[in-house]
Ligand binder design. Structure first.
Ligand code: SF4
Length: 324
């Protein structure tokens, strides 16, 4: 399926929950989180039905997200079913890895294609400060355990913050020691992220080059996303940058998002989209659901306007409620 800007939409990020066991400062407040009532969350059967419809329209890659997807009971069974869907060539997962050590054997058995681990620092004290939880060692154990499965493509996602102790070169160093790609994602003004300045790709690059020498552009394809990769001599993995603020990549947008409460979002920054849960629970057929998806694509925005303070129709929810 294509949008009105002739962009091929072949990738969907599916959020299976708005719940998480961490409270990252730029994503989920410590208090006052009103979780979506259980009955308003899509059941796995409902998500599978929507995924089947979207796959029928041409989507071939699915990313399972949250909140934290591994906190939802039965998620591996669901992933197993998603993997069987006709037309779906790739299923990957984004996780904070605090539960990963308990699930990785099953995920490997299910032949998950890739896992992105969110990790902003290797400093346990700072990790506790950023995430609100003393879970660094659990997360790192999850990472180490995932390394035991070389068929699973592993990536680290790090959000640079203006905190010197974050020590971004130390995170980048994981790609020197292990066959993992480390990506630095510029902070986006979504939800609590609006309260944090974004540290630019250029500043992050300077820090890494000071520590390891030149970043050499790499032109190979290492995933579905907008990340631009670089090599460093002697590193086992690549260094990537996802820089929506300083290097807008909307011209190549290939995605839509399905929120845990059944909204199909056509752009991260805007609320525009369609409520597939409502339609489904009101008896819509698969054909009608597919027609709604195509209708939503007709109003998919050309690009984000994060650089503007006030944008009409902008998303008011936080990343944990929309699946990042
Ligand atoms: S901001 Fe919107 S248009 Fe741009 S890449 Fe993200 S989802 Fe696509």
């Amino acid at each position: 399926m294509k949008d009105t800007f002739n962009r091929k939409i072949e990738y969907v990020r599916i959020s299976v929950t708005d719940r998480c066991d961490l409270r990252c400062q730029y994503c989920m407040p410590e208090n006052g989180v009103k979780s979506i009532p259980h009955n308003d969350i899509l059941s796995y059967e409902e998500i599978l039905r929507i995924a089947r419809c979207i796959a029928h329209l041409g989507v071939s890659r699915i990313k399972i997200t949250g909140g934290e997807p591994l906190v939802r009971l039965g998620v591996t069974g669901f992933i197993g079913e998603i993997k069987k869907l006709e037309g779906i060539e790739q299923v990957t997962l984004t996780t904070n890895a605090t539960q990963l050590a308990d699930y990785i054997d099953k995920l490997a058995e299910l032949k998950i294609d890739g896992i992105n681990i969110s990790m902003d620092t290797l400093n346990p004290e700072l990790y506790k400060k950023i995430t609100g939880r003393d879970s660094f060692y659990k997360a790192f154990e999850g990472f180490k355990k995932a390394l035991e499965y070389p068929d699973i493509k592993l990536k680290i996602n790090c959000v640079p913050m203006e905190i010197p102790e974050q020590n971004l070169p130390e995170i980048a160093g994981l790609a020197e020691d292990y066959p993992v790609h480390v990506r630095f994602i510029e902070m986006m003004p979504i939800g609590l992220g609006r309260n944090f300045p974004f540290k630019s790709e250029m500043d992050t690059m300077k820090e890494i080059e000071r520590a390891y020498g030149p970043l050499i552009p790499y032109n190979g394809v290492l995933g579905n996303g907008p990340s631009r990769y670089y090599s460093i001599s002697g590193f086992k993995g690549k260094i990537g940058f996802i820089s929506a603020m300083s290097h807008k990549f909307c011209d190549f947008c290939n995605r839509v998002r399905l929120t845990a409460d059944g909204r199909l979002k056509t752009c991260l920054q805007y609320e525009v989209g369609v409520n597939l849960k409502e339609a489904m629970r009101n008896g819509a057929s698969d054909e009608e659901l597919e027609a709604l998806v195509l209708m939503a694509l007709e109003s998919k925005p050309k690009e984000h306007r994060f650089e503007e303070a006030l944008v009409e129709g902008r998303e008011t929810r936080s990343m944990f409620q929309i699946g990042g």
